[in-house]
Design a binder for this molecule. Sequence first.
Ligand SMILES: C[S@@+](CC[C@H](N)C(=O)[O-])C[C@H]1O[C@@H](n2cnc3c(N)ncnc32)[C@H](O)[C@@H]1O
Length: 242
Amino acid sequence: MNTEAIPGTVYLVGAGPGDPGLLTIRAHRLLQTADVILPDDLVSDAVLDLASPSAQIIPVGKRCGQPRITQAEIHVLMLHHARAGSSVLRLKSGDPLIFGRAGEEIAALREAEIPFEIVPGITTAFAVAASLKTPLTDRTSASKLILATAHHAAGKLTLSPSWSGAFPDESTLVIYMPGRDFAALAASLVDSDIAQDTPCVAVSKASTIEEKVTATTLGNLGSAQIGPAPVILLIGRAIRLQ
Ligand SMILES: C[S@@+](CC[C@H](N)C(=O)[O-])C[C@H]1O[C@@H](n2cnc3c(N)ncnc32)[C@H](O)[C@@H]1O
């Protein structure tokens, strides 16, 4: 499995949370040998520093809902370089299959009959929990783990009272892309029957030197001082910082 990147093949690879020490050996090998690298915004410079000096690096991030490049354009780039005989590393932060639009890229690759491989990475939730030294599951308080996002394709908040019942008891809820309206988000979660005193931790810029951890409760989330994007929320009784 630890062969070099193969010409004409696309690799959808998880870059993990940013620390190169958390890359898989497979991801590292592909970084060293791919001809073309298409990284998302959240892929760290420290990870990209491991790329071959001869690799062509084409950033394809879409910041703050203001697309610099469309998803369709990313597909065109992937397919174009693979057809031209290059090995292509499509590098995504965390794990490529979690909130990374991998489904659309897989469909495009299948339709174009381009050979591809998927290499998992450490998703932000797992990296943050490890860094905070908190479990995400707990045999006394959290038998379920839910990975959710507060945004859908049109960029609107999706968490609302209509989610009522979606959060079973004894769950840990992790929210990716929570947006900035934490008061509205907290209100919709409380409406969905999550208790106000449920522990809630917001982590901004995890695994960077600017990381900011805000520990609060769901009821106080709206008034908490939370750092800048990217932010991830961990909510549940299993979340313990001490
Ligand atoms: C498009 S999703 C990508 C998720 C990624 N595929 C993963 O598995 O972690 C981007 C969201 O992941 C979370 N995220 C990614 N990197 C982060 C970081 N360094 N600190 C905090 N949250 C982060 C944020 O919720 C951000 O809005």
